[in-house]
Design a protein around this ligand. Structure first.
Ligand code: SF4
Ligand code: SF4
Length: 58
């Protein structure tokens, strides 16, 4: 499961494209994470150009 810093997020969708579990969706208010799909692989965290993603354990 991830959390995003909405003040940093550019809504560039890079994290959505890189997630191997298709757990991320770009919504009007920002990135939404499906906790059932996310396996905490941290790929999105590494790819986010703004450092806006933080992996948090459920
Ligand atoms: S990669 Fe980072 S800046 Fe881009 S949409 Fe995802 S959280 Fe936002
Ligand atoms: S930690 Fe991995 S599985 Fe979870 S949202 Fe990020 S890229 Fe997807």
């Amino acid at each position: 499961m991830i959390e995003t810093d909405k003040k940093k997020c550019l809504r560039c969708s890079a994290c959505v494209g890189v997630c191997p579990k298709s757990a991320l969706t770009l919504k009007e208010h920002g990135i939404e994470c499906d906790g059932e799909k996310c396996n905490n692989c941290r790929l999105c965290e590494a790819f986010c150009p703004m450092g806006a993603i933080r992996v948090v354990k459920k």
